[in-house]
Write a protein of this length. Structure first.
Length: 241
């Protein structure tokens, strides 16, 4: 049996991690291990537990204002998984086997760099188009383009006609589009959570569509164009980004 320094055999919730993460097990949790490295580097970083009690030994987070990041241990290989957030927007993710790299990336993200600057400094992380668009304040048009491209790949579902009909209207084009199960949704904001007081629509097949208004009323229409008319009529006057 593997023994920690001092001759102590691992047990309890960390015993499955001892071979891959001996320094984390010795520290007692990922939070403690990250804090020790951060303190040694002089980062002034405060590492916290996550909100889930079930992850208290193998996950941790940091936060400063709107920026936050979390780290998690993988079980089957030595791999620290890192996710960076700006508010509710997922901005970057990645994994590394180096605990010091994790601490460095967490510290850098709380300094509020541009996401591409973060990736350049810590290449184990990656980002994506929508994250960059959120930084530029252009998330809504990017979400529309991505949704139109995705819908065009499955024209037989009826979603493509619905998305294109909605995109024709300036008032809907100003809102953030999304998908929730089979529903096409609209929101005042591009960042989660989406607004739930705006109409949504879904294809039923055979060219028919269902529109659900905020008060729960349902309408079934014979074309995407008719569905969009009902959507626009059901949008509150204050529905603006």
């Amino acid at each position: 049996m593997y023994e920690l320094p001092g001759g102590t055999a691992p047990n309890g919730p960390m015993q499955d991690y001892v071979m891959l993460y001996p320094e984390v097990v010795q520290a007692g949790s990922l939070q403690n291990a990250l804090q020790e490295v951060a303190d040694a580097a002089g980062h002034g970083l405060v590492v916290e537990l996550t909100s889930s009690p079930g992850w208290r030994h193998v996950a941790a987070r940091v936060e400063s204002g709107s920026h936050s990041a979390c780290a998690l241990l993988a079980l089957d290989e030595r791999c620290f998984i890192v996710d960076c957030w700006a508010g509710a927007v997922h901005m970057a993710t990645g994994s590394t086997s180096d605990l010091a790299q994790v601490v460095g990336a967490l510290h850098s993200w709380l300094e509020r760099p541009r996401v591409d600057e973060l990736i350049a400094q810590w290449p184990f992380l990656r980002t994506w188009e929508l994250a960059r668009a959120h930084e530029r304040g252009e998330a809504v048009p990017v979400r529309w383009r991505q949704l139109r491209e995705a819908a065009a790949r499955t024209p037989h579902t009826g979603l493509h006609d619905l998305v294109e009909a909605a995109f024709e209207h300036e008032r809907l084009r100003a809102l953030s589009p999304g998908r929730s199960m089979h529903w096409l949704t609209f929101s005042r904001r591009a960042a989660p959570p989406i607004c739930h007081d705006l109409p949504r629509a879904m294809p039923l097949g055979n060219g028919r569509y269902r529109v659900r208004l905020a008060d729960g009323r349902l309408h079934e229409l014979d074309s995407a164009a008719e569905a969009v008319v009902v959507i626009i009529e059901g949008i509150p006057d204050d529905a603006a980004p």
